[in-house]
Ligand binder design. Structure first.
Ligand code: FES
Length: 85
């Protein structure tokens, strides 16, 4: 089974709108749950393709999530990397 891939847009707009905070949340979640080796986290700002107004944007296995806040980030992580504690 392949690892899930998270691509977080760190373009200036997405970063300012919340992806800096989302990135920190993802890193903390992976670390706190010992999942660092279970996911490929690709930080890519080359994905800024005119979707800034819908940001912050995060791709998970190729699916685009818009307006990602901390709640959505938590939902994404629980869905693709559920922990049972
Ligand atoms: S900065 Fe993320 S889509 Fe433009």
């Amino acid at each position: 089974m392949s690892k899930p891939e998270i691509v977080i847009c760190l373009g200036s707009s997405c970063s300012a709108r919340g992806n800096e905070r989302n990135l920190e949340m993802i890193e903390n979640y992976l670390q706190n749950n010992g999942l660092q080796d279970s996911v490929d986290v690709d930080f890519n700002c080359s994905l800024c393709q005119g979707k800034c107004s819908e940001g912050p944007n995060i791709f998970v296995d190729g699916k685009l999530y818009n307006h990602v806040d901390e709640g959505v980030t938590r939902e994404i992580l629980m869905k693709i990397l559920p922990v049972t504690k």
